[in-house]
Design a protein around this ligand. Sequence first.
Ligand code: 4G3
Length: 237
Amino acid sequence: MTNFHILTLFPEMVLQGLHTSILGRAVERNCISIEAVNIRDYTLDKHGKVDDYTYGGGAGMLMQAQPVYDAWRAVEERIAARGASGSRVIYVTPQGRTFHQKMAQELAQEEDLIFLCGHYEGIDERVLEEIVTDEISIGDYVLTGGELPAMVMVDAIARLVPGVLHNTDSAVTESFGDGLLEYPQYSRPEIWHDKRVPPILLSGDHAKVDAWRLEQSILRTKERRPDLYEAYCSRKA
Ligand code: 4G3
């Protein structure tokens, strides 16, 4: 069971996206919980403002420290009421380390995970220094907010939490579980647009099927992701 807490200015966006399909059913079955906390609810500004200009000038606005800090405190208090504390706080930012499958596996072991989604040009550095334990990016591109990256990470982590996927080994067998890309897959019909399903897959010989799939995974990885292929070869050597 992992409890995801998402600090955001757009709670509906996050909840809408994450309560759909497999993760929605996992929430209903109490395998995970997903809570979105609206940072704006914690501002002390009478007009509900959460951003301001940056000292030193330059374009754009910055999220202020106070509402972010108070929203985080409220979440930490709820977690403490259940007897847990010191939860990891992940700030979703292009300045972070790039997210990958091993990070997802490690984070899936945590009881509580707090995601902090920034907007505008980011968040006042002083509150980040006080509450953030991990700065993570989903890749080298800039988005309008941290919500989509947080949703990407929650999805990647949640599917590794025990019970979320029904097929227990699909979470490990798929791409990156062993550092290789997935092999090609086929379903009915046997012939489509003059293309046949590789005959070995119809042979019923499970050992041969497994060997073929591994070979295809290796070929694909070598072709498409030479970086992953090199790492795979080093591990095997
Ligand atoms: C903080 C994350 C947040 C600073 C966030 C922009 C892309 C990613 C934001 C900042 C984001 C990513 C919001 N865009 N690559 N936008 O994970 O400059």
